[in-house]
Design a protein around this ligand. Structure first.
Ligand code: SF4
Length: 348
């Protein structure tokens, strides 16, 4: 059993079950999520006997950093070892004052998008809330800068692991705990409509990012098998409802693939699709992973962006930083051999 992933009520219950007053659970909460304690020894306002009983019964985090790779562009990929021997990856992406942690939600992924390295792995299992929060804390401890943003855009489709995702998101965005603003915690989905609806119903008001990657159902079906189940109209309807319910501006990501979805016709169709939804578009350069797809030419990418901008849309281009360490979008696939055991030093 692990302490990370438990909320205040569960920690109070744990304290009671170990013969302590319930408020000790609150203290434990502060040690875990405010002070980010590594061990029981430092929890010096808890009685020694309680700490001993805790250490006999529970561990703090299920996540261990197994490897760290840095890219020339400044991104850092961390390989996390999990208790059952599986591994997931996360990426730290610095951008001026901002430091974004990209976290995984599953080991592998069942969706099988054809452009994605994780999709090629297939699905192994969902991560627990402890493992999601554990990634965040391991990253936070690795840096001198404080992490300002979280994106659930690592391995897995987060909305297929909603219970654990929502629990972890609640902990990471608790102002009395880890304190990331909900407006800076983004859940990225390829369009799992029931998940978007559940996210709206959760009341968490997290940021929603939807990966469109195509402007017709046919195009999307070719890239993402999920699209056969959830046509564009349904995805956009759910997204619009989410934006209106949470009064937020959504992000649509659009991965540009040479000759597949990067024509001026696509750009114009994209404008029509999203223009009635308060949103911005994040164009993404593809990181070739040795399959059938190629990255769009720079000139094609610029033209695509320009067409969107001329129509008054906010369209940014995400350069694929981290490419050389396999840390860019669609490249997280746990390819690292275990146990290289490099020590993690402060990075930023
Ligand atoms: S892009 Fe996302 S949803 Fe698609 S296979 Fe990769 S991890 Fe899964």
């Amino acid at each position: 059993m692990y302490l990370l992933g438990k909320d205040a009520a569960e920690l109070e219950e744990l304290a009671s079950s170990l013969g302590e007053r319930a408020f000790r659970g609150r203290q434990l909460y502060r040690w875990l999520y405010v002070k980010e304690a590594d061990g029981f020894a430092e929890m010096n306002d808890l009685a020694k006997g309680f700490r001993k009983r805790l250490s006999e019964k529970v561990m703090i985090s299920p996540v261990r950093v197994d490897d760290v790779s840095r890219s020339a562009g400044g991104s850092v990929k961390l390989l996390f070892a999990l208790p059952d021997g599986n591994r997931v990856e996360g990426v730290l992406i610095p951008d001026g004052e901002r430091l974004t942690a990209c976290l995984s939600s599953q080991v592998g992924c069942v969706i099988g998008c054809r452009f994605c390295a994780t999709g090629r792995m297939g699905f192994i299992r969902n991560l627990s809330a402890a493992e999601i929060v554990g990634q965040f804390i391991a990253m936070n401890k690795a840096v001198r800068m404080k992490i300002s943003n979280v994106v659930m855009m690592g391995m897995g489709e987060p909305l297929l692991n909603r219970r654990e995702l929502f629990k972890a998101a609640g902990l990471i965005t608790d102002p009395d705990g880890l304190g990331i603003s909900r407006r800076r915690f983004s859940v990225s989905t390829v369009g799992w409509v029931p998940g978007i609806e559940a996210m709206r119903a959760s009341g968490l008001r997290l940021k929603l990012t939807v990966s469109l990657n195509g402007t017709t159902d046919g195009q999307r079906r070719k890239l993402m098998p999920l699209a056969a189940r959830f046509p564009l109209a349904d995805v956009l309807h759910a997204a619009k409802e989410y934006a209106s319910h949470t009064r937020q501006r959504l992000t649509f990501t659009y991965l540009l693939l040479a000759g597949i979805n990067d024509s001026p016709v696509d750009a114009r169709r994209l404008i029509k699709l999203v223009s009635r939804i308060p949103s911005k578009i994040n164009l993404m350069e593809y990181n070739e992973i040795g399959g059938e797809f190629r990255r769009s030419d720079d000139i094609v990418t610029e033209d695509f962006q320009e067409i969107l901008r001329s129509a008054g849309l906010t369209a940014t281009l995400r350069k694929s930083r981290g490419l050389e360490i396999g840390a860019a979008c669609g490249q997280l696939a746990g390819r690292y051999a275990p146990g290289s055991g490099r020590v993690l030093k402060a990075i930023y």
